[in-house]
Design a protein around this ligand. Structure first.
Ligand SMILES: *[C@@H]1O[C@H](CO)[C@@H](O)[C@H](O)[C@H]1NC(C)=O
Length: 271
């Protein structure tokens, strides 16, 4: 008690609510490493409750580059490609060097690499902090998907990513393949850190499944189309306290998966 907690700053040039891995990092740093954590990111979607409720985690939401008005002449595109990172760069510097207390360590998600890596490297100089990069992907390859491999912007982007990536005091990455690429191409020695989702990600228990299928029962037993197999053999209207769903049955308080249950496919987008 009374001992000063160390500080870490987690930087994402993106929506923190859509960055589960950086949220896990923040949670681990706060819980296991007992650090005071500042997250500097954009808002948008809600981060997980565990992050919001943790008293040692503070979220600082940056202002975003204004959405481009429609009908702007195409000739301005290169100008915007230059202005946007400059705007982001000064916004990052403002937060990392002024708005938050000096951290012992910065952890930044890459990509986006420009201007993030430059801004965090400079901030770590100015604030005398360690600079750690968490590699999720190569930013320049993502940029090449939209601009084409031969675009000069991609070459400049790649230079920044490589040059500043190599300046890190430490590097983390998501897979062995990424580790190999980083070592082979850029001489960066990264440590693979697999995602270890917190306890709120776990396989659903039978009881949770049963409750879910009870809640969904009406929806899945009403056919949307003539071949809707889920409606096959369904038993009309039921109330919330079901003893039987399409997938589960309850007998004497115990829940079982039905042997003749249909297959269930969950897809991430409209399929
Ligand atoms: C981090 O890297 C910088 C530049 O390479 C170096 O000057 C600094 O001493 C390093 N910090 C630590 C704690 O290793």
């Amino acid at each position: 008690m009374g001992k000063r907690r160390g500080r870490a700053c987690v930087v994402v040039l993106g929506d923190i609510g859509r960055s589960p891995r950086m949220q896990y990092h923040a949670l681990s740093l706060a819980r296991q490493a007992s650090l005071q954590v500042d997250i500097v990111a954009y808002g948008g979607s809600e981060p997980h409750m565990a992050v919001l409720e943790n008293q040692f985690i503070n979220i600082h939401k940056m202002k975003q580059w204004p959405v481009r008005p429609h009908g702007l002449p195409k000739i301005l595109n290169p100008l915007i490609l230059l202005l946007k990172p400059l705007f982001q760069f000064f916004m990052l510097l403002w937060y990392l060097c002024v708005k938050i207390p000096a951290p012992d360590i910065f952890i930044v998600q890459n990509p986006p690499s420009v201007p993030t890596l430059v801004a965090v490297k400079w901030a770590s100089w100015l604030r005398n902090s360690m600079f750690i990069v968490d590699w999720h992907n190569f930013g320049y390859t993502l940029l090449a998907l939209s601009l084409g491999r031969s675009s000069p912007f991609v070459a400049v982007y790649r230079w920044f990513e490589r040059h500043y990536g190599r300046m890190a005091n430490g590097s983390l990455c998501v897979t062995k393949a990424m580790q190999h690429e980083l070592a082979q191409n850029w001489g960066i020695k990264a440590i693979v850190l697999y995602d270890q989702p917190p306890e709120f990600f776990h396989p659903a228990s039978l009881e949770e499944k049963h409750k879910l299928f009870c809640r969904l029962d009406k929806v899945i037993s009403q056919p949307y189309g003539i071949r809707d197999c889920a409606s096959y053999g369904s038993i009309g209207m039921r109330n919330c306290d079901l003893t039987e769903t399409l997938f589960t049955t309850m007998a004497d308080g115990d829940i079982f998966l039905k042997p003749n249950r249909p297959a269930l496919v969950v897809s991430s987008t409209s399929w």
